[in-house]
Design a protein around this ligand. Structure first.
Ligand SMILES: Cc1ncc(COP(=O)(O)O)c(C=O)c1O
Length: 440
């Protein structure tokens, strides 16, 4: 059950949204992205765009890594161009490769499975629980073999895994524990931050996550040997080209403006018309969708992105408090609807990057809420964005609950641009949509 008690922050949902009373009357459409960004963060991005010599390399990277480590409460944080490369780095530093098996839960993202496969190891897919979309240890037990080396624990949507049981399981089978905290920056389990509970962990600051550097990731650990091996690997990774770094920062600013809820109503239509011709960089390449390894995979984080990351971290506590209030408000509005809402383990304090709700007819709910928000659809596949899950060795039918979740989940936004009124509008529209279909 939910227990959000230890992060009680006095934040007024209405006041923390970006509109005044007059603007309240204007139609808004909430975007999935851009919600964590403030104008002051954009000013920082623009400053780096005007100083190209400092865009790629510079002192901000180390400063950001240290700030990130302090935020999570670990000794070492090593930055990479994405969370997936952070995972790859961590696995390599642990000596995971050919012949090893990594247990991970689905649904997840294709790039997670790819990072495992690129080391030469085999991803072993484990089904999830439908209460929290996290790993089902009973199913994991059935998939243990003498080659099992790593238990990758994904805190899906920001809901911490039942860590007491998971750590006992890992000890019993002599597995190394890696936490995938990509959705879960700021979440806690038994009073401890996620990312501190295993041998190492990864975070992402890709633009849809709790904080954004457009693309970016962090691998963290308390183990000095692991950290030193990851540092060596980081040093061997290529720097992003200056033009790519500039495009990331341009995207950061452009998306901040286009995702302002009043602007987004119109901007979204233009964006959809543009489709794949969008000139700004996309997070997942065609090769990755096919399970192939892209060129320049092993990439570092740029200095300008790190500067933006520092700005985002400085607002993290406030943003997490907001997300908590929004998630609680959704839960309160929808509690008696009969809809399946997420249920966190007793010791967990989730930090919802998005709030997942199970609906019978997802397309009709998305259509019904489209005037108010672009709903998230994590997950539309057991391996999100894969051309087909089989490209990464997933056997159809092997994780039936995850496959069902991939048909039925919508995700409501929790980011700082969501106001109290937005929550009420979205919840009302959702209840109307499901009751008109008689599917609750
Ligand atoms: C659960 C999960 N883990 C890891 C990743 C990889 O993060 P990144 O996009 O920064 O590589 C993703 C990507 O969305 C994800 O959803």
């Amino acid at each position: 059950m939910h227990s959000f008690s230890t992060r009680a922050r006095p934040i007024d949902l209405g006041a923390s949204s970006t509109h005044g009373n007059q603007a309240l009357q204007l139609p808004r459409c909430l975007a999935l992205l851009g919600g964590t960004t403030r104008w002051s963060d954009c000013v920082e991005a623009l400053r780096y765009l005007l100083r190209p010599a400092q865009l790629v390399q510079g002192a901000k990277i180390e400063e950001y890594e240290q700030a990130f480590a302090r935020t999570v409460g670990v000794k070492y944080a090593i930055s990479f161009g994405s969370g997936r490369v952070g995972l790859y780095a961590l696995l390599r530093a642990l000596g995971v490769g050919e012949g090893a098996e990594v247990l991970l839960s689905v649904p997840t993202h294709i790039v997670v499975a790819n990072a495992i496969r690129y080391t030469g190891a085999r991803p072993v897919y484990v089904d999830c629980h439908l209460e929290d979309y996290n790993i089902d240890l009973g199913d994991a037990e059935r998939r243990i073999t003498p080659r099992s080396r790593v238990l990758l624990l994904q805190h899906t949507f920001g809901i911490p895994v039942e860590m007491d049981a998971a750590l006992v399981f890992a000890r019993r089978h002599n597995l190394v524990v890696i936490e995938d905290c990509v959705h879960a920056l700021g979440a806690r389990y038994d009073g401890r931050q996620v990312g501190t509970l295993g041998h190492g962990a990864i975070f992402s600051t890709e633009e849809t996550k709790t904080i954004s550097t457009v693309m970016g990731g962090m691998a963290v650990t308390n183990d000095p040997n692991l950290a030193s091996r990851m540092r060596t690997f980081q040093a061997s990774c290529s720097w992003p080209r200056m033009w790519l770094s500039a495009r990331y920062l341009m995207k950061f600013v452009v998306y901040y403006m286009l995702t302002e809820p009043h602007v987004h109503r119109v901007a979204r239509i233009a964006y959809e018309r543009m489709g794949r011709r969008n000139p700004l960089p996309v997070p997942t390449t065609e090769e990755e969708r096919k399970g192939q390894r892209p060129r320049n995979y092993e990439r570092r984080l740029g200095n300008g992105q790190a500067a933006v990351g520092l700005c985002q971290l400085s607002n993290l506590e406030k943003s997490l408090g907001h997300r908590e209030l929004v998630a609680n408000a959704y839960r309160d509005c929808l509690a008696r609807s009969g809809l399946r809402l997420p249920q966190a383990p007793a010791k967990a304090e989730p930090s919802f990057v998005r709030y997942p709700v199970w609906v019978e007819d997802r397309p009709s709910v998305i259509r019904a809420l489209a005037p108010h928000a672009v709903l998230g659809t994590w997950f539309t596949s057991v391996l999100e964005e894969a051309e087909s899950p089989e490209v990464a060795g997933y056997e159809p039918g092997s994780c039936p609950r995850a496959e069902q979740a991939a048909q039925h989940l919508i995700n409501l936004p929790t980011h700082p641009r969501v106001s109290e009124r937005d929550v009420s509008i979205l919840a009302t529209a959702l209840l109307k949509a499901v009751s008109s279909k008689k599917v609750v």
